[in-house]
Design a protein around this ligand. Structure first.
Ligand code: B16
Ligand code: MG
Length: 214
């Protein structure tokens, strides 16, 4: 039976895709590179520098590693400023209940987000204390779709991967969960997340009773 639930953050517990979009859009406008919502879709679950490289595919010149770092840092400053306004009302419906049910069922609760701002965001959302462990994305060697971050969380929780369930909204995240030897719940579009063991339209549809027994 399952003994731990490991959550992704952006797109699972709250909708920060739009906030990331606004920050990247501001940066892209400043450097005169085309950027739109379709390109933003490709950034879901992708770490900061890899996201920048996707945006720079449209650039007319190349950027040195040093310049890329400056651009990524600049974008992050816009993002960090924006998330200061995050509050518990930004949690997706159902999150509070799912966390309470998991606690009630005796499950460990972990976070496996690619975001280096994950702890700040959980704090603003008012749920930081409800996690037994929050992965430090900056300390993870290989980003999703590699299994590293999910294995790090399982190890810290003291639960073997075969008894963990990962919850993700990005295809790369589902791949990472499976590569870690865990069951995967996809949140979002059933076609985009066809690899998941179960796909739910949103986290409000997650009933722990269906999950814990399996
Ligand atoms: P940061 P997740 C990911 O979070 C986002 O989906 C992705 O769009 C973002 O670029 C990445 O975090 C890095 O975020 O710049 O704050 O470190 O979905 O893995 O929770
Ligand atoms: Mg995500």
């Amino acid at each position: 039976a399952a003994r731990a639930l490991i959550f992704d953050l952006d797109g699972v517990l709250t909708d920060t895709a739009h906030t990331h979009y606004e920050a990247w859009k501001q940066l892209a406008d400043e450097i005169g590179v085309y950027f739109d919502r379709d390109i933003n879709e490709r950034l879901k679950g992708v770490d900061r520098l890899a996201s920048l490289r996707i945006i720079l595919e449209r650039a007319e010149r190349s950027y040195s590693a040093e310049e890329q770092l400056e651009l990524a840092t600049r974008k992050n400053s816009y993002y960090v400023e924006a998330i200061q306004r995050t509050s518990p009302k930004d949690l997706f419906a159902g999150v509070d209940r799912v966390l309470a049910d998991a606690r009630q069922a005796g499950l460990k609760i972990g976070l496996a987000s690619a975001s280096r701002n994950a702890r700040t965001l959980l704090d603003k959302l008012g749920i930081v204390d409800r996690f037994d462990y929050i992965a430090d994305a900056g300390a993870i060697r290989h980003a999703k779709p590699a299994p590293d971050i999910f294995l790090d969380v399982a190890a810290a929780l003291g639960v073997p991967p075969s008894h963990c369930i990962g919850v993700e909204d990005a295809a790369a995240g589902i791949t990472a969960i499976h590569a870690a030897g865990m069951a995967a719940i996809g949140i979002g579009d059933a076609r985009a997340l066809a690899q998941a063991d179960v796909v739910l339209p949103d986290i409000a549809a997650l009933r722990l009773g269906d999950v814990v027994s399996s």
